[in-house]
Design a binder for this molecule. Structure first.
Ligand code: AP5
Ligand code: MG
Length: 255
């Protein structure tokens, strides 16, 4: 299977022929593992859209949509949003044209029911399957530290007070918006989210191991080293970019 084209590279996609399948990569890992941080970097390199269910829910929350209001009741308590709402939201997102070549999923699937629904969605709508599941593993003690000092802006850019500080305190380097703490990053909610992960999401590790798709990634390294390890497993999974060249391991221009 080939990794897909970015929209900007459709001419190259054509050159690869019609057999190119849409490529769906699932980033798995507990809250604070670095899924969002890595998804932004990897999606830029691969030219695949970054589909984060957490970000989609937060956008709906900010816009006060009915979905956002309902989801917010679960998110702020550290619980999962019900499968039916989540699956419908992802299904709608994947119908948009930018997902024609595939997508990098961050935070979805998160339950066995979601994983099965996702497999069906890919089969039915894309005649495709999950391509690879890098699972970012981090010492549980570090997760709380990562989340309690995380800062985000309203456009979903992520910083950390110590590990990845913004150049100017309180201001997003990328869009200039103010930085703030996510409501669900308060200590008691973080603990709940980690518990929910262990009970409801961790079974997906076995689900994807059974399908030989899971690749464990050491998330206790600096951000660039984690990116390189993810690129390595994608390369091993034969994720080549649109031009047919292997994903660059070095000098990929990501800061
Ligand atoms: P979501 O937004 O997906 O939250 P999460 O899974 O709890 O994950 P986080 O975003 O907290 O962590 P991350 O792994 O993305 O880490 P990050 O890169 O930011 O979901 C929020 C809520 O929405 C859920 O609780 C649920 O209610 C609902 N929801 C979402 N999807 C759902 C679904 N499918 N079904 C049902 N409900 C759903 O990094 C964390 C921090 O660490 C940052 O400050 C970063 O700068 C820093 N950092 C990252 N990597 C490193 C590193 N290598 N070294 C040092 N610091 C690092
Ligand atoms: Mg995230």
């Amino acid at each position: 299977m080939r990794a897909p084209a970015s929209n900007a590279s459709n001419a190259s996609a054509g050159a690869l022929g019609k057999c190119t399948m849409a490529t769906f990569i699932v980033l798995l890992g507990p809250p604070g593992a670095g899924k969002g941080t890595q998804a932004k970097r990897i999606s830029g390199i691969l030219g695949l859209p970054h589909v984060s269910t957490g970000d989609l829910f937060r956008e709906n929350l900010a816009d006060h949509t009915a979905l956002g209001v309902e989801a917010g009741e679960y998110i702020n308590k550290g619980q999962l949003v019900p499968d039916s709402l989540t699956i419908a939201m992802v299904e709608e997102r994947l119908t948009r044209s930018d997902c024609a070549p595939g997508a990098l999923l961050d935070g979805f699937p998160r339950t066995l029911a979601q994983a099965e629904a996702f497999d069906e969605m890919l089969e039915k709508s894309f005649n495709s399957k999950v391509f690879c599941v890098p699972c970012i593993e981090v010492d549980p003690d570090l997760l709380v530290e990562r989340l309690s000092d995380r800062l985000v802006c309203r456009n979903g850019h992520v910083f950390h007070l110590r590990f990845s500080p913004p150049k100017k305190a309180g201001v997003c380097d990328l869009c200039g918006e103010p930085l703030y703490q996510r409501e669900d990053d308060k200590a008691e909610t973080v603990t709940k989210r980690i518990e929910v992960y262990n009970v409801q999401t961790a079974p997906l590790i076995q689900y994807y191991e059974d399908r030989r798709l899971l690749r464990k990634i050491n998330g206790d390294q600096d951000i660039e080293a984690v990116t390189q390890d993810i690129l390595s497993v994608l390369n091993e999974a034969n994720a080549v970019n649109l031009t047919g060249t292997k994903i660059a391991q070095k000098g990929n221009g990501i800061e």
